[in-house]
Each structure stands twice: as structure tokens, then as C-alpha cells.
Write a protein that binds this ligand. Structure first.
Ligand code: PAF
Length: 281
């Protein structure tokens, strides 16, 4: 696998592949890779002739009270895992390469409505940072296909919306969440949890499973959410939000809507975890 910080090298390589009629899949990451990321790369290998990955801890998507500098950097281990999984090209730009004029003077992308809710409320500016960097990376890499984990469900829908709204010729594929045996969704943030917190954090998936069963059996959504919040608090969580929404656009649930998603964000200690569960009513 070739690792480069050079935008021109990425462009030349992808152009050469495209000139031969070969397709390119792209997996953007912030590094500190776990099995969830590696599953994205393996899925990308199945979807295209070549796989490009990126590692960039994007300062624009971090809030002022979120510790950007503490984000774990594990480049050598990440390179080995990416090579093993089948990536051929890795883009590792610096903030100076991505935001040469600084972030204040950077043109940005904002996806309205869907980007303003849920995590958009708790993390103001976060989705602007995500949409802007993903748009920039798409323009640099010019992939045919890009893959994102369904664990970041709101992010996935925002990127799909951006691609559609801005007529980008890229297929966006959502890949199923990879979980620990306990049910805890894999996330770089799990590394901040101690053993006891990790055990208690697994309650989130159990609570969502119960919610989905109760809603499917006809129980009122407000009652189901109230019971679930109590269980999360009992397990030591400090819930940020726990809601049931339409899984197509995250709009509030109407009586006739069948495709639903439970979306959750909750603090275990100081670590903010998110998860979701899609189901049919
Ligand atoms: O999901 C992530 O790791 C990041 O939000 C992404 C998509 C790589 C953009 O920085």
C-alpha cells in the first residue's frame, strides 16, 4: 500500500485506474482503526477494483470542549491493518494541506434540517465539519463508491443527502455496525472506557432491542422511551437523547411510517457513545 500526503499523487493514481476502465472505492477514516473500519475496507474490496483509504483527524468536526489533541494516533498499526484488508492507497494529509488558509476562511458544506437535529444539537458545527471534509475528500479522490458505517447513522444520511443535493456521481454504501460479543458497537471511543464502564455500556444495545420488540408489539412509543431511559440511567448512563425516528430521513415518526430507527446518544462517564437500531414496525 502506498501512503501519501500529496493530493496530486492521489489524483494521478485514481486517474490512471479510471483511464483503464477500473473502479475505485473510498473509505475515509480518522485512524485508530478497529474491526468496524476493517470491515468497511473488506466490503470496499468487493465493490470496486481498487480501494483508497484516508486518515485525517478533521479539526473542523471537533467542538471546543472536545479533545482533538487527545485523539489516538496509531498510524503504523493502521497501515498494517489497511494493507492486510486490501487497501492500495492511503491519503494522510495534514490540516495545513486540507485547510491551507485556516478553517475560518474555508468554504463549507452544510446539510440543513437533517444536520440540525439529534447530534447536530449536542455538537453544534460537527456535521458542517463532517460534510465539508467528506466533500473535499470526494473531490480529491474522485471515487466511484464510498463506504461508511451505519453506526454513525445520522452522518450516513447527511452524506447521502449531500451527494444527492450536490449531484456528486458517487454511490454511498452504508455498512452494518460491527459489535463486541456483549453487543457494544465498536467505536474508537470505547478505548476511553474502563472495564466496568464497558460492561455497563453494553446495556445500550439490550435496551434498544427491547424497545424495538415493544414497539413492534404495539406499545406506545412515548411509554417505551420512558422505560428505556430509566434502564439506561440505572446502568450508569447519562442519556443525551433517545428517540424513534423515520429511518429514511430521521423525520419524526408518523402513524403510518413502517421503517423506523432508534437513535441514541448517552454518556458513560465522560465518554459520549452513540448507537442506533433500524427495524420495521
Ligand atoms: O466517521 C468518521 O470517522 C469521520 O466523521 C469521517 C467520515 C472520516 C470524516 O472525518
Amino acid at each position: 500500500m502506498i501512503t501519501t500526503q500529496e493530493i496530486t499523487q492521489i489524483r494521478e493514481q485514481v486517474r490512471a485506474w479510471h483511464a483503464k476502465g477500473e473502479t475505485v472505492a473510498f473509505v475515509p477514516t480518522m485512524g485508530n482503526l478497529h474491526l468496524g473500519h476493517i470491515t468497511l475496507i473488506k466490503e470496499a474490496v468487493k465493490r470496486a477494483d481498487h480501494v483508497v483509504a484516508s486518515i485525517f483527524v478533521n479539526p473542523m468536526q471537533f467542538g471546543q470542549n472536545e479533545d482533538l489533541d487527545a485523539y489516538p494516533k496509531t498510524l503504523v498499526a493502521d497501515q498494517l491493518a489497511l494493507t492486510d484488508a486490501g487497501a492500495e492507497l492511503l491519503f494522510t494529509p495534514t490540516p495545513k494541506i486540507i485547510y491551507p488558509k485556516g478553517m475560518e476562511q474555508q468554504t463549507y458544506v452544510e446539510v440543513p434540517k437533517i444536520g440540525d437535529e439529534l447530534c447536530g444539537v449536542s455538537r453544534p458545527g460537527h456535521f458542517r465539519g463532517v460534510a465539508t471534509i467528506v466533500c473535499k475528500l470526494f473531490n480529491i479522490v474522485q471515487p466511484d463508491v464510498a463506504l461508511f458505517g451505519k453506526k454513525d447513522f445520522q452522518q450516513l444520511l447527511i452524506i447521502k443527502t449531500m451527494v444527492e443535493d450536490l449531484s456528486m456521481p458517487i454511490e454511498i454504501i452504508g455498512v452494518e455496525t460491527i459489535r463486541e460479543e456483549s453487543g457494544l458497537a465498536m467505536s474508537s471511543r470505547n478505548g476511553y472506557l474502563n472495564q466496568s464502564q464497558k460492561v455497563r455500556a453494553a446495556t445500550l444495545k439490550q435496551v434498544m432491542d427491547t424497545m424495538s420488540a415493544e414497539i413492534q408489539s404495539g406499545q406506545a412509543i412515548v411509554d417505551v422511551i420512558a422505560k428505556a431511559l430509566a434502564k439506561l440511567i440505572e446502568a450508569g448512563f447519562k442519556p443525551d437523547y433517545l428517540e424513534v425516528r423515520s429511518s429514511t430521513d430521521l423525520s419524526p415518526v408518523s402513524a403510518e411510517q413502517q421503517a423506523l430507527v432508534i437513535v441514541a446518544a448517552a454518556y458513560m462517564g465522560t465518554t459520549r457513545l452513540i448507537d442506533n437500531l433500524c427495524f420495521e414496525r
